[in-house]
Design a protein around this ligand. Structure first.
Ligand SMILES: [Fe+2]
Ligand SMILES: [Fe+2]
Length: 191
C-alpha cells in the first residue's frame, strides 16, 4: 500500500487532530530514523497506521478482536482501548495487504511497548510519546534530548514517564509495559 493510499484512508477514518498526530509521529520518527538505523519504507506505514483504530469504540474493538481471533487478556478486557494497536495491525495485514512483520509489530505494540521489540517498534513507541504535538513538559524534555541518548536510554525514559503518567491517572499498567521496562533495566540501561 502506497503512502498516499494510507493518507487517504486515514483522512476518511480519523478526526483532524488524530490525523495530524499520525503525520507528526511520522515526521518525528523520520527525524530519528538514522539514529535508530531504520529505513523510511518501513517507517512511514508503521507511523501512519499506528492509530488507525484509535477512535473506534470499546465495543467495536472487542467485536473486531473476536473477528480476528485476537486473544484478549484480562487488562485489555478491562480497558479495550488498549486493543487499538492489535486491531490496526490485524486490519493492516488482512485488509490492507501489509505483510512486513516489523511494521505490524510496531503498530501492535505502540501503546504498551513490549520486551524484545525491534528498532522500528521502539522508534514508533517513542515517537508516539514525543512528537511535537505532545506539548506536556515530559514530552518536550525527551524531544530535546532525543538525539543525545541511545535508543534504549530514550526507550527507558519513555517507559518510565508513561508508567508515571498511568499511575497518576489511576489507569491499569499493562504487563507488557512492565516486561519491556524490566528488560532494559536488566540490560543495565539507566534513566
Ligand atoms: Fe495509539
Ligand atoms: Fe498515537
Amino acid at each position: 500500500m502506497q503512502r498516499t493510499e494510507i493518507i487517504n484512508l486515514l483522512s476518511k477514518t480519523l478526526s483532524k487532530p488524530r490525523f495530524d498526530h499520525c503525520l507528526s509521529v511520522e515526521s518525528m520518527a523520520l527525524e530519528l530514523a538514522d539514529h535508530f538505523h531504520i529505513s523510511s519504507e518501513i517507517l512511514s506505514p508503521a507511523a501512519l497506521l499506528h492509530d488507525l483504530c484509535r477512535e473506534y469504540s470499546r465495543e467495536k474493538l472487542l467485536k473486531l478482536a473476536a473477528g480476528f481471533d485476537i486473544v484478549v487478556d484480562d487488562i485489555e478486557k478491562a480497558e479495550p482501548l488498549l486493543l487499538h494497536g492489535s486491531i490496526a495491525a490485524a486490519i493492516a495485514e488482512k485488509n490492507l495487504n501489509i505483510n512486513n512483520s516489523l511494521v505490524l509489530e510496531a503498530v501492535r505494540f505502540h501503546i504498551t511497548g513490549a520486551p524484545n521489540m525491534a528498532p522500528l517498534a521502539k522508534l514508533i513507541f517513542i515517537a508516539d510519546f514525543i512528537e511535537p504535538g505532545r506539548t506536556f513538559e515530559q514530552a518536550r524534555i525527551l524531544r530535546e534530548m532525543a538525539f543525545k541518548l541511545s535508543p534504549d536510554q530514550l526507550l527507558l525514559k519513555v517507559y518510565n514517564r508513561s508508567i508515571e503518567f498511568v499511575i497518576r491517572q489511576g489507569y491499569l499498567i499493562h504487563p507488557r509495559t512492565v516486561a519491556g521496562r524490566n528488560e532494559l533495566i536488566m540490560k543495565g540501561v539507566t534513566d
